[in-house]
Ligand binder design. Structure first.
Ligand code: ATP
Ligand code: MG
Length: 441
């Protein structure tokens, strides 16, 4: 991509309406544009990052055997009346009437719709488990939308649903998602802590929130630092191994402030391992048994009897993750954004120093661009005549992890190359490609 032809509307100053880093930065480097309160358009830079996150989330769902579907954003109120949530959901639900005066709504979540899909087709226990997911826009009319896409009204979510015959099988499904979430956040280079979450009115059920540490997070958290050392590597996709993994996490105290108890915190954790900080909820998994299957009559035949299926649901805030990654990775001191290689909007920036009446550096830059593109390295070239130092600053700000500067320091076949935040060195283009490709693995 040539910068001069790109749609990256960078702002000169921090927008005054933004109070947290991710919101400021996303507006400043033109990743998003607000269209109305809590509703955003995703511009090329932001959309690229979100698509990459979406793809990682998708691959990790597929890996545990969840099947992808796509449900609509607009739902009928009928099924919500069946489950009893139509009234309960209150003002967060955006209600719409169509021209026939039918009550419709913009889905805030999909338990009812998926239960309806399931019950019309699946009749035998032999078809279980069924694990289904989709990645789709949701709408929740949040009382106070804030922090940009972190708490907005229209947001992009991966939501999955499991259907099983009994508690044991359902918990097996739950644990698969538990592992899948650990793997997903690991690929995004985030340390996410699974925290036992409030289960609401139906006690005894199982729920974890996945929280990443960030000073600007909305959840206050209290945890044992040793939880960061638990590893999910080599966990097999079988009952015992998955249960052991979850139990390993659960041996460490980790709660949000709703469940916080000072004396438990101090009793359970030696002082040097205590951590109280803030975090951002990026995922939530929930086992709720027959909460929806019973009122909506979703059952299978098992040994001549009708059994209501046992269900769970599993959400990841795909669009929220874009902001959450910024909050977790931004280097405040040097004003540098550190995108993980797996989701960076571009992998490499080529930055030529362009003098009037001299096209040599630009030509070199375009040749390098061509070469890197052949090597499947996603590259942007700054072909504008902006001055050299502000170009460099701009790409640190956007956070492109690798940069090739073609200025006074590059000589002959060697180019000034740096990994963001580190010192530069002169290298041949072949060596540069090796370094980038190695980092992509
Ligand atoms: P929160 O406690 O942050 O309001 P929630 O508990 O209402 O979230 P869930 O129903 O568990 O959210 O939704 C699953 C995921 O969707 C959350 O973990 C979060 O990452 C994301 N999410 C929820 N609400 C929003 C929102 N208003 N804006 C952006 N992402 C959201
Ligand atoms: Mg939640």
């Amino acid at each position: 991509m040539l910068f001069s032809k790109s749609f990256i509307p960078i702002l000169k100053n921090n927008p005054s309406e933004a109070v947290i880093k991710s919101h400021q930065l996303m507006l400043r480097v033109g990743m998003i544009k607000q269209s109305s309160a809590g509703i955003y358009s995703w511009l090329p830079l932001g959309f690229k990052v979100m698509k990459k996150i979406e793809q990682i989330v998708r691959e990790e769902q597929d890996r545990i055997g969840v099947q992808e579907i796509l449900m609509p954003t607009i739902q009928s109120s009928e099924i919500w009346k069946e489950s009893g949530r139509y009234e309960d959901y209150g003002e967060e639900m955006l209600r719409i009437k169509d021209r026939q005066n039918r009550e419709m709504l913009y889905g805030p979540t999909n338990e009812e719709l998926i239960t309806d899909i399931f019950r019309t087709s699946i009749k035998s226990y032999k078809s279980l488990p069924q694990l289904l997911y989709h990645i789709q826009w949701k709408f929740r009319d949040e009382l106070r939308p804030r922090f940009g896409i972190m708490r907005c009204r229209e947001f992009f979510m991966k939501d999955a649903y499991s259907f099983d015959l009994n508690d044991e099988e359902a918990i097996f499904s739950y644990n698969k998602f538990f592992l899948s979430y650990l793997r997903t956040f690991q690929r995004l280079e985030l340390s996410a802590i699974p925290m036992a979450a409030d289960t609401g009115p139906i006690g005894g059920n199982l729920s974890h929130e996945f929280i990443i540490l960030a000073e600007t997070g909305e959840s206050k958290i209290y945890t044992d630092k040793r939880i960061f050392d638990v590893s999910s590597d080599n966990t097999k996709l079988e009952k015992k191994s998955l249960n052991d993994l979850r139990k390993k996490y659960e041996t460490y105290y980790a709660v949000t402030d709703e469940k916080f108890n000072k004396s438990d915190f101090e009793k359970n954790i030696p002082e040097k391992f205590r951590l109280s900080t803030k975090g951002i909820e990026v995922g939530h998994i929930f086992y709720f048994g027959d909460k929806y299957s019973k009122p909506m009559n979703a059952s299978v035949d098992y040994q001549g009897k009708k059994e209501f299926v046992k269900m769970g649901s599993y959400g990841v805030g795909v669009s929220r993750l874009v902001g959450a990654i910024i909050e977790a990775k931004y280097d405040d001191k040097n004003e540098i954004m550190n995108w993980p290689m797996s989701v960076t909007p571009y992998e490499c920036a080529v930055i030529p120093l362009i003098n009037k009446n001299d096209n040599l550096n630009l030509e070199k830059a375009l040749n390098i661009y061509k070469y890197l593109s052949e090597k499947k390295i996603d590259t942007i070239v700054d072909d504008t005549d902006e001055n050299f130092s502000s170009k460099i600053k701009k790409f640190n700000f956007i956070g492109i992890p690798f940069q090739i500067m073609i200025g006074k320091k590059s000589e002959g076949d060697l180019f000034e190359f740096k990994e963001i935040g580190k010192d530069s060195k002169n290298l041949s283009i072949e060596d540069i490609v090796k370094i980038i490709i190695n980092k992509k693995k």
